[in-house]
Design a protein around this ligand. Sequence first.
Ligand SMILES: NC(=O)c1ccc[n+]([C@@H]2O[C@H](COP(=O)([O-])OP(=O)(O)OC[C@H]3O[C@@H](n4cnc5c(N)ncnc54)[C@H](O)[C@@H]3O)[C@@H](O)[C@H]2O)c1
Ligand SMILES: N[C@@H](CCC(=O)N[C@@H](CSCO)C(=O)NCC(=O)O)C(=O)O
Ligand SMILES: [Zn+2]
Ligand SMILES: [Zn+2]
Length: 379
Amino acid sequence: MATQGQVITCKAAVAYEPNKPLVIEDVQVAPPQAGEVRIKILFTALCHTDAYTWSGKDPEGLFPCILGHEAAGIVESVGEGVTEVQPGDHVIPCYQAECRECKFCKSGKTNLCGKVRTATGAGVMMNDRKSRFSVNGKPIYHFMGTSTFSQYTVVHDVSVAKVDPQAPLDKVCLLGCGVPTGLGAVWNTAKVEPGATVAIFGLGTVGLAVAEGAKSAGASRIIGVDIDSKKYDIAKNFGVTEFVNPKDYDKPIQQVLVDLTDGGVDYSFECIGNVSVMRAALECCHKGWGTSVIIGVAASGQEISTRPFQLVTGRVWKGTAFGGFKSRSQVPWLVDKYMKKEIKIDEYITHNLALGDINKAFDLMHEGGCLRCVLKLHE
Ligand SMILES: NC(=O)c1ccc[n+]([C@@H]2O[C@H](COP(=O)([O-])OP(=O)(O)OC[C@H]3O[C@@H](n4cnc5c(N)ncnc54)[C@H](O)[C@@H]3O)[C@@H](O)[C@H]2O)c1
Ligand SMILES: N[C@@H](CCC(=O)N[C@@H](CSCO)C(=O)NCC(=O)O)C(=O)O
Ligand SMILES: [Zn+2]
Ligand SMILES: [Zn+2]
């Protein structure tokens, strides 16, 4: 049955309130308006940022909403003026847009795009500042411009990457967030060079992707830091050469790393979202040149601090969103790299469940053994 131009009723997981179990609902998804694309989502993974917003600690968090931003699917229909994708195309929705026209996109200095960011932050579509989702006539907010915990979603055309139709969507859905973030933090943001020493704080999916990126960049030592010692075994497969558990030491972790590396590492990456660890990650860097990259997302009200002397003496503090990748241009390139076996994806997927099991999937995420859980959206 043709669905183009019609409201689609489908299943979605709705977050009605912070921390209350998500509810699988029949949701109405309106047709795409000008510059919009409606996507049949086939697979979505869960990222810790979904859990962060669900927890109520995200200052941009709005309820009720449909979370989810690491997914893949097939274009169902497009709105007026959409030229770059058409029904049937295989796509990855990208929470970081790329319009190629705004001040940010044209700067050549950043992957951030300004075109739809205020709308996505407000949980609505740019065209009419309204949501395309409703339940029994009541609007449900969008999330990060993607809302992939739904069998169908509507996104801005500048937030859609068209990918190789041969690529397995149950795997490449991970290229919507965590894996590119870690790889890009190394390749684009830090620009790690051969022989460099690297410390990675937090060995979840993002930290492991940092390790993979650092290995491919030719780093000589890749030191993983995690409070869960079980992470070391898996981390070795991603390139981590040494492991440090802060709980095994009486002295501050930055001192442990400085002592281990003759004055500090060349690059460090914070992949947790803990502001005390962000400080340690900066302070374990080598005087004169060490660079620390913040990747983790910290709760509302949290702030970073250090002695300015740390920066005066040459350490550099940076941050990265989506690993600095330009989404529409570079996600298809990452898909091709996966197809050529040049980057891992399968190894990050520890669990596969159905949409109806989404609350179980969030429970799993908080257990040490889960990296990414991929949900199948349709039977
Ligand atoms: N900037 C971006 O574009 C971007 C993209 C994706 C995810 N993120 C953020 O990156 C962070 C990591 O995501 P993830 O999915 O890998 O998370 P995760 O929870 O799977 O991994 C975090 C790891 O940190 C470890 N850890 C926790 N506290 C620690 C401490 N005090 N010291 C050392 N290790 C500690 C945990 O044991 C775990 O292994 C999250 O904050 C997420 O929101 C940011
Ligand atoms: N809404 C949060 C900010 C969350 C945040 O920093 N998001 C990251 C992506 S996390 C993906 O898992 C990001 O890329 N931010 C850039 C952007 O959102 O434009 C808050 O307000 O604290
Ligand atoms: Zn994410
Ligand atoms: Zn732009």
